[in-house]
Design a protein around this ligand. Structure first.
Ligand SMILES: [Zn+2]
Length: 223
C-alpha cells in the first residue's frame, strides 16, 4: 500500500491541480461514450489503450471479461445491473467487450481440472462454458498456445452473445439503439484487433484518408 502513496500525492499536487476545470466538470456528472467490459488483468488499462480521459469509458472488469447470460432463475449479477444502469440512466449506446493476450482466466478455462484450489474462480468461469464447448468442438487440433489464442477470441464473441440475452440490451438491439463490439488487445505489440462480423475475424484498424478501416491482412490469428 505504501508503494501507492507517492502516486496519490503526485496526482493531487500535479495532475489534478493543473486540470482543475476539467475535474470540476467531471464532478458535476458523467456522460460516458461507451461501456468497456474487460478483464481485471493489471496490464490492461482501458483509458491508456484508447487514449481517453476520465469520464469517457464506463468500465466493467472481472476475470475473463465475462458477462453472465440472462437467467430468470438466478439473481441479476453485478455485470447486468451495471450495464442496465449505464444504458438506462446514462444513455450509453456502445458496448465494447475487450479480451487480451495472455489471459490467465482463459488459460484457467481450458484447464478447469487444475482449478480445485480456487473454487470461486472455477464457479465464475462456468459462465464461459460455451467458449470451452466451442474450443473443444472446433479447435481441438490446435497446439496449446493457439488454443489459448482461439479461446481469447471466441470468449469475446460468446460474451457479446450473452450481452444480447440481457433484457435491457435485447430490446434496444432490435431498435438499433445500442451497438456491440468485440476487441482483443495484444499486450506485446500494443495492437487492438476489432471483430469484423462480415469476415468473422479480429482485424487491426488502419488509418486512411477518410478515417479508419479494418485491415484484412492484419488479423489477431496471424499476428
Ligand atoms: Zn485476462
Amino acid at each position: 500500500m505504501l508503494k501507492l502513496l507517492p502516486g496519490l500525492h503526485q496526482f493531487k499536487s500535479e495532475i489534478h491541480s493543473q486540470n482543475e476545470k476539467f475535474f470540476e466538470r467531471l464532478a458535476a456528472g458523467q456522460s460516458p461514450d461507451a461501456i468497456f467490459i474487460t478483464c481485471s488483468d493489471s496490464r490492461v488499462v482501458p483509458n491508456l489503450i484508447t487514449q481517453t480521459d476520465p469520464g469517457t469509458l464506463f468500465v466493467i472488469r472481472n476475470a475473463g471479461n465475462i458477462v453472465p447470460a440472462y437467467s430468470v432463475d438466478s439473481d441479476s449479477p453485478a455485470e447486468e445491473a451495471t450495464i442496465e444502469y449505464a444504458i438506462n440512466q446514462l444513455n450509453v449506446k456502445e458496448i465494447i467487450v475487450c479480451g487480451h493476450s495472455g489471459c490467465g482466466a482463459m488459460t484457467g478455462l481450458l484447464q478447469m481440472d487444475k482449478l480445485d484450489s480456487m473454487p470461486a474462480v472455477k464457479k465464475w468461469l462456468k459462465h464461459s462454458e460455451r467458449t470451452l464447448d466451442i474450443i473443444a468442438s472446433d479447435y481441438c487440433d490446435l497446439d496449446w498456445e493457439c488454443k489459448i489464442s482461439a479461446a481469447i477470441q471466441v470468449n469475446v464473441l460468446v460474451q457479446l452473445e450473452n450481452l444480447r440475452t440481457l433484457p435491457c440490451i435485447s430490446r434496444r438491439i432490435i431498435n438499433r439503439e445500442v451497438e456491440l463490439h468485440g476487441w482483443v488487445y495484444d499486450i506485446e505489440s500494443g495492437e487492438v484487433y476489432i471483430f469484423d462480423p462480415v469476415d468473422e475475424e479480429f482485424k487491426a484498424p488502419v488509418k486512411t484518408v477518410d478515417g479508419f478501416e479494418l485491415d484484412s491482412a492484419r488479423t489477431y490469428s496471424n499476428k
